[in-house]
Design a protein around this ligand. Structure first.
Ligand code: FES
Length: 104
């Protein structure tokens, strides 16, 4: 049986609504997105190439990579627009005591 660990990433006030911040923790390079008061955490590296998704354009729940304009749904990691074909890894996100955390 595996036990999930909670990894504390960042304070909620450090991420403005409609934006994203990169957090490096435990060997993971993550993008923490905020849409309204909801938070979503994905891998920051685009699955298509060298783009970093926290530097992309966030529209609603869609993040467009600024390298080749492929895009993903930050809630599911599903590809929305090519040239990306491989889904993005997303993490179960918890907001507790003003902090954004993930299960790993
Ligand atoms: S590196 Fe992100 S779309 Fe190509």
């Amino acid at each position: 049986m595996s036990t999930l660990e909670t990894l504390d990433l960042i304070g909620i006030d450090a991420v403005d609504p409609g934006s994203a911040v990169q957090v490096v923790a435990k060997g993971l390079t993550l993008a923490v997105f905020r849409v309204g008061d909801a938070f979503y955490v994905t891998d920051d590296h685009c699955t298509h190439g060298p783009g970093l998704l926290h530097e992309g354009c966030l529209t609603g729940f869609e993040i467009e990579c600024d390298f080749h304009q492929g895009s993903f749904d930050i809630r599911t990691g599903e590809v929305i627009e090519p040239p990306c074909t491989v889904p993005l890894k997303v993490y179960t996100t918890i907001v507790r005591d003003g902090r954004v955390m993930i299960e790993i």
